[in-house]
Design a protein around this ligand. Structure first.
Ligand code: DOR
Length: 438
């Protein structure tokens, strides 16, 4: 066991302290003990000191995903805690929040506690359960939020389903705010989306498929913003997908209402045109929209109207995806692809690297009240080392997730996670010999 790990001559990027420079970072035990130019040079030659040096390597605070579906309990054939947390570590995520639409739904202290204990025993990336807002995610009776928070839930959400009833939403916001729990809404007026397979627009008309209109998201976000202002609760919108929702959020924030929002990599990268071949891998909820939505989401992420990026990692097996579009389940995996895909947007100038890092670390953590990941001396050593120049091809064989449902299979990306560390322990390391790369 090494006494210390020295990351030599890395480009450390930590927006929480305005840091973007070439330094050495030294980890001793669970803690970052030194950070500065050549700060580890004297240690580097000592025995029992591990030196990690990657030419041009980026060292970032540990990434936080506030929206993943790890499918345990109940659908372990798609994913389980072990595979999901390994996929998270391989994607650079030290902390992952798991959505409650499991079987059974996580609407009780017992399930929340089981998840916390099981994940802790696995000892890799950390799991933070999100519990349901309503019992069984049925949109009616509220869960026992005090109990859920006490058991370890960091937020409540009926994700996959919307809380459509205004009276339930009002009470849920009031109740959640008593315990300072953020409430995460899946904004979809189900009455407007019955039978929908994709975004409603010219492409759905051409394909003859029933569409999910933008307004189904917008009317819920608009109503909820009004309720959030009235109740003064912490309200967060999951996977924002429309330009209308962005406009409403921008106005709400300018008026000081406590709203936050996330966007997924797929809504930043793809449009409904991806469905032209009826590819079930591109069926997601909310659906992929149009160019103008993508442009507005990118702008909102860059200017902070959208706080953070979340994967909405939604593993499904061939049973749910190798079928006709209207029978396919919505969702795509994201934990292992998020960082390289988003680095691609930085390379294109859509956002700066510090803003990307902020959106995947501090701003994400803030939404669910987790401590802000940072590279400060004295801070816990939870971090990720990335080789931004290493290209690799996304194939089923390289993915740790049990499910391979992503339209990005076959794509070559630049940027690979080399090492992920949680509280001083290495939880993932790229096998540079096996990884091949392009
Ligand atoms: O695409 C999605 N898949 N969106 C959701 O809201 C739920 C998720 C799932 O659980 O598969």
């Amino acid at each position: 066991m090494s006494e210390a790990v020295v990351f030599r001559r890395v480009r450390a990027v930590d927006p929480s302290r305005d840091l973007d420079r070439e330094v050495d970072v030294v980890v001793e035990g669970k803690t970052i003990t030194r950070l500065g130019p050549d700060a580890g040079k004297d240690l580097a030659t000592r025995e029992r000191v591990r030196v990690v040096e990657v030419r041009g390597g980026l060292l970032l605070p540990g990434l936080v995903d506030i929206h993943a579906h790890l499918r345990e309990p109940g659908q372990e054939y798609k994913e389980d805690l072990r595979s999901g947390l390994l996929a998270a570590a391989a994607g650079g995520f030290t902390d992952v929040c798991a959505m409650p639409n499991t079987r059974p739904v996580n609407d009780t202290r017992a399930i929340t506690e089981m998840l916390v204990h099981k994940a802790r025993a696995l000892g890799g990336s950390r799991l933070h359960p999100i519990a349901a807002i309503t019992i069984g995610q049925k949109g009616e009776a509220l869960t026992e939020m005090a109990d859920l928070k006490d058991a370890g839930a960091v937020a409540v959400s009926d994700d996959g389903h919307c809380v459509t009833r205004s009276d339930v939403m009002r009470r849920a916001l009031e109740y959640a705010s008593t315990f300072d729990l953020p409430l995460i809404q899946h904004a979809e007026d189900h009455a407007l989306t019955a039978g929908a397979q994709m975004h409603e627009g010219a492409v759905s008309a051409k394909l003859g498929l029933r569409g999910w209109p933008r307004v189904a998201e917008d009317v819920i976000v608009a109503r909820d913003v009004i309720l959030a202002e009235y109740t003064r609760a912490r309200y967060h919108v999951a996977h924002v997908s429309t330009l209308g929702a962005v406009r409403i959020l921008r106005e709400a924030k300018s008026r000081g209402i406590k709203v936050t929002a996330e966007v997924t990599p797929h809504h930043l990268l793809l449009t409904d045109a991806a469905l032209i071949g009826y590819d079930t891998a591109c069926k997601v909820s909310p659906p992929l929209r149009e160019d103008e939505d993508v442009a507005s989401l990118r702008e909102a992420l860059a200017d902070g109207t959208i706080d953070c990026i979340a994967t909405d990692h939604a593993p499904h097996s061939p049973l749910e995806k190798d079928c006709v579009l209207d029978e396919a389940s919505p969702g795509m995996i994201g934990l292992e692809l998020c960082l390289p895909l988003m680095l691609g947007l930085v390379a294109k100038g859509v956002m700066t690297l510090p803003r990307l890092v902020d959106a995947l670390t501090r701003s994400a953590a803030r939404v669910v009240g987790l401590p802000a990941p940072t590279l400060k001396e004295g801070a816990e050593a939870s971090l990720v080392l990335v080789d931004p120049a290493r290209s690799w091809t996304i194939t089923p064989a390289v993915l740790r997730s049990k499910s391979k449902n992503t339209p990005f299979l076959g794509r070559t990306v630049e940027g690979a996670v080399v090492l992920t560390m949680v509280a001083g322990s290495v939880v993932y390391e790229l096998d540079v010999h096996a990884a091949g790369g392009a």
